[in-house]
Design a protein around this ligand. Structure first.
Ligand SMILES: [Zn+2]
Length: 520
């Protein structure tokens, strides 16, 4: 579907705290509530948007007012989310008093500046080590420019899930956190991953050096913080791609896709041997960073096995031919372009395919240390004929292409789209053994894959009910039905709503026929 691109969202200011325990052996993370629309279910450091009242608080040893605001934001968010009050003079407060102040803050009875003033508490910049800022990728409908600070948890304070936004906060060694990410047990955003990787490097020398009683950040931890800062400065806080786990990289590319989505996710799957799925942009300047990344793989001796097109929509192909040409010209490599046979037939004359992918085909890729890494291709039509999803069964990670997405809606538009097929595909996806997370072609990864697919199925069945009701109420054409069901829709989206109703009417007709056939 070719439509006009929308502008990327403007990033909002935010702060986050990389909180270490007293001996600096563990870092605090928590799972964001899976119901949150922004990175729901992801593991993250406590943090959030900075508020204007954060400016009212003076920060000791900090001359820059803007910077002070970010420190205050970090302290307030830490208190709001996990109940830790990282202030000077705070040791006089009992656990009960802190809980009561937290209640005052959350209920709005007192503002954060009022609480600090009333109890003569202060914030000191020396308790915080700035480790740079990171900006949410342009592909995200909500974006933040987040400043990260390393700090130490005050003695005798234990983080807890103080509000429903952050679940099960825990101190964890960076090694264990990274192991969970490697096994795809958790999802983490790039700044968290980069920080954990640096902390893991620092960890072996930490225990002896750290002081166990105060807020002072040890010299090795300072050095580690400076390394994180350098990483952020090197790319000016910009994130080109997201490592969903060590074998799945999501690389959003700007495409002419269906709003509100602005990008199509390209995936680089595997390691020692890898495949590229949906190099979707036809714009060479948009592909530069992707090429840089795959070049770095090839230069490490990794081998690209094929370039895959997931399905026939124009926001999913175009770059594969450019990538194939790039591999040939730069490295003399001949990499086949592949898709399901139906996709290849539909795109004949536009894309030359050298290989077809069958339903249930296992793509076997060499992994580290002689092991192999497998993904299974699933023919899952409905949104489009020949539509492929890819499943890493061992880790329960599904690449759902356009069948389930993290941003925008999935259009089922006849004659290409078929709602009966689509629902059957969703059922098949939902029942995949060991299913844990998914990532579609648009938007962020989804933590609870099965829950999301069930939501999609329920939504379509609810729409079907509405269509039947509108028909019983006298509506006769798809346009009339759409006007009843989709109210206040902008006129340029309305034709898509009509298409969607047509898909429902076709399914209802099909169901009726199969019922008649069964009873005759
Ligand atoms: Zn599509």
């Amino acid at each position: 579907m070719n439509t006009v691109n929308q502008k990327s969202a403007t990033p909002k200011d935010a702060s986050a705290v990389i909180l270490l325990n007293q001996d600096e052996s563990k870092v605090l993370w928590a799972q964001r509530n899976p119901k949150l629309s922004f990175l729901g279910g992801f593991h993250a450091f406590p943090g959030g948007k900075t508020d204007e009242p954060d400016r009212e608080i003076a920060v000791k040893n900090c001359a820059d007012a803007d910077f002070a605001k970010f420190i205050v934001g970090a302290v307030r968010e830490l208190f709001e989310e996990v109940g830790v009050l990282l202030v000077r003079n705070g040791e006089k407060l009992t656990k009960g008093q802190r809980a009561s102040l937290h209640d005052d803050l959350i209920s709005g009875r007192s503002s954060f500046p009022e609480i600090l003033t009333a109890w003569n508490l202060s914030i000191d910049a020396e308790d915080f080590l700035y480790t740079g800022f990171w900006t949410t990728p342009k592909s995200s409908p909500v974006r933040f420019k987040t400043r990260f600070f390393i700090a130490k948890c005050p003695a005798k304070q234990t983080p807890y899930a103080a509000i429903t936004e952050m679940l099960t906060p825990e101190f964890i060694t960076p090694k264990e956190a990274l192991a969970r990410w490697t096994n795809s047990e958790v999802l983490i955003a790039p700044p968290v991953l980069i920080s954990l990787q640096q902390l893991e490097e620092y960890f072996p020398q930490s225990r002896q050096e750290a002081k166990e009683t105060d807020q002072q950040i040890s010299a090795p931890l300072r050095l580690c913080g400076e390394k994180i800062l350098k990483k952020s400065q090197k790319c000016d806080g910009n994130i080109n791609y997201i490592e969903l786990n060590p074998r799945v990289i999501c690389f959003p590319l700007r495409t002419a896709t269906l709003p509100p989505a602005t990008h199509t996710n390209c995936f680089i799957v595997g390691r020692r041997e890898f495949v590229v799925i949906d190099a979707a942009s036809k714009d060479e300047s948009e592909l530069v960073n992707l090429f840089e990344l795959v070049d770095s793989f090839v230069e490490k001796g990794f081998v690209c096995k094929e370039i895959i097109v997931s399905h026939l929509h124009p926001d999913h192909f175009g770059g594969e031919i450019l990538l194939q040409k790039h591999f040939r010209e730069k490295f003399g490599l001949v990499i086949p372009v592949s898709a399901h046979r139906i996709t290849a037939e539909s795109l004949s004359g536009k894309v030359d395919f050298q290989k077809f992918i069958e339903d249930d085909e296992i793509i076997k890729l060499k992994d580290n240390a002689g092991a192999s890494f497998e993904i299974t291709a699933l023919h899952t039509p409905g949104h489009a004929r020949g539509h492929l999803c890819f499943y890493d069964r061992a880790r329960g990670f599904l690449l759902s292409s356009d069948n389930v997405v993290g941003a925008g809606t999935v259009l089922i538009a006849p004659p290409e789209g078929d709602l009966s097929d689509y629902l059957a595909s969703l059922e098949r996806m939902k029942n995949l053994p060991n299913l844990r997370h998914l990532c579609g072609s648009h938007g962020a990864a989804i933590f609870d894959a099965r829950g999301k697919i069930e939501e999609y199925i329920a939504h379509r069945l609810e729409r079907e009910k509405q269509v039947l009701e509108a028909v019983r109420g006298g509506a006769q054409t798809a346009e009339e039905i759409a006007a009843i069901i989709y109210q206040n829709l902008s006129p340029n989206i309305f034709p898509l709503a009509v298409k969607s109703v047509e898909a429902h009417l076709a399914k209802i007709e099909k169901d009726k026929n199969s019922l008649n056939n069964a009873s005759s």
